[in-house]
Design a protein around this ligand. Structure first.
Ligand SMILES: Nc1ncnc2c1ncn2[C@@H]1O[C@H](COP(=O)(O)OP(=O)(O)OP(=O)(O)O)[C@@H](O)[C@H]1O
Length: 364
């Protein structure tokens, strides 16, 4: 069943179109991340779902009920959703217990049940010992867990999270990523998670909606975004994707095609209905390029401009191709040694022909 359904929703502030005809179907219990550059409209989309903003047009259904539409706008508190903000939005004058209990109190949950539910959820997020502290006496991660506990206590079936890890250090981000995944597994809630950090999105989400300038470009599983991006923008945005022009694309059947890339014949993956073309854009990742023997008869000639140690591998920046003018990155398994100015030969072992005509992915 669809837990969240948006139909052609649009929102402008003055002359600025911030959301353009966004249609998304999110399944019950799904963990969806919305990924996109700053200013693309992620927070506005979340605020529309939460009911903090009215739509200009379109419709939002949550749990089968229309919550925003042409003649309808359900208030945030009546939507049955939990919201976790970047700044946690905790009451500074209340203790952890009071913060978590507040929503239950407003909803009229009797005192005895309230107490039991708060104690239970604080236990779940391991904040029992801090129950009487004020937010100012907690770490950033602990405050975030109070915000999560509040959603748990309200038994929200839908939880909207707006960049919840943005203010935290790397160590804490890792720990809380685990926390979100555990929270999702435990509750089965539908999660709608805004971020501009792709590693967070790819690690946590069942599906990721990639957003750019108020539109959804692609809404897909992380692996599909990485391996089969539907547009150049998605390809360039995910996993250090590199987009290059290829020539003489000839379908081989079974989702493969031959092509010429940087003057060399390569085999690429493509859509089953890929047609033969003189030119197309292809995408690949640094890990798809490999160094081959200098004496190999074929291979892409490249000149190392910089090599940086990355622990398990060496990242080489090179200028490649017949003209030596195409910048690429190659990861070479350690131990390896490369120096600036060194001539190397490369092979492209995998890549994807970006579909030339793709449906406008706003109807997904
Ligand atoms: N209340 C408002 N009034 C006018 N313009 C607004 C308002 N809220 C957002 N905007 C504009 O709408 C656009 C999208 O903003 P939004 O906060 O949704 O983007 P975002 O993708 O969440 O960005 P970030 O990742 O930086 O938070 C921006 O150009 C922003 O300046």
């Amino acid at each position: 069943m669809n837990q969240i359904q948006t139909n052609n929703i649009a929102k402008s502030y003055g002359q600025t179109e911030v959301l353009r005809q966004i249609s998304l179907s999110i399944n019950s219990g799904e963990f969806v991340a919305v990924l996109g550059p700053s200013g693309c409209g992620k927070t506005t989309l979340l605020r529309c779902l939460a009911g903090f903003e009215r739509l200009d047009s379109g419709k939002i259904d949550i749990g089968g009920q229309t919550v925003s539409g042409p003649k309808r706008h359900l208030l945030p508190e009546n939507r049955g959703i939990g919201v976790v903000f970047q700044n946690y939005a905790l009451w500074p004058h209340m203790s952890v217990t009071q913060n978590v209990a507040y929503g239950l109190k407003i909803s009229g949950v009797p005192k005895k049940e309230r107490k039991a539910r708060v104690a239970h959820v604080l236990d779940l997020v391991e904040l029992g010992p801090q129950a009487n502290r004020r937010p100012s006496d907690l770490s950033g991660g602990q405050r975030q867990r109070v915000a999560l506990a509040r959603c748990l206590a309200m038994e929200s079936r839908v939880v909207l999270l707006d960049e919840p890890l943005a203010n935290l250090d790397v160590h804490l981000r890792g720990a809380l990523e685990e926390e979100f995944a555990a929270f999702h597994a435990r509750t089965g809630a539908t999660m709608f998670y805004i971020t501009h950090d792709q590693s967070e999105a790819l690690a946590l989400a069942d599906r990721v909606a990639v957003m750019d300038r108020g539109r959804i470009l692609q809404f897909d599983k992380p692996e599909a975004l990485f391996r089969r991006p539907s547009t150049e923008t998605v390809a360039g945005f995910i996993g250090e994707g590199r987009v290059l022009e290829a020539e003489d694309i000839r379908p081989l059947g079974g989702g493969f095609a031959s092509a010429i890339v940087l003057g060399q014949p390569v085999k690429l993956r493509c859509n089953l209905d890929q047609d033969a073309r003189a030119h197309a854009k292809i995408s690949f990742h640094p890990g798809d390029l490999h160094m081959i023997a200098d004496a190999a008869p074929d291979g892409i000639c490249a000149n190392v401009t910089r090599a940086t140690y990355r622990g398990a591998y060496l990242r080489a920046n090179v200028m490649a191709g017949p003209s030596g003018a195409v910048p690429l990155s190659v990861d070479i398994a350690a131990p390896a040694s490369l120096t600036s100015g060194q001539q190397v030969k490369l092979a492209l072992n995998d890549g994807w022909v970006i579909p030339t005509t793709h449906p406008t992915c706003n109807h997904i």
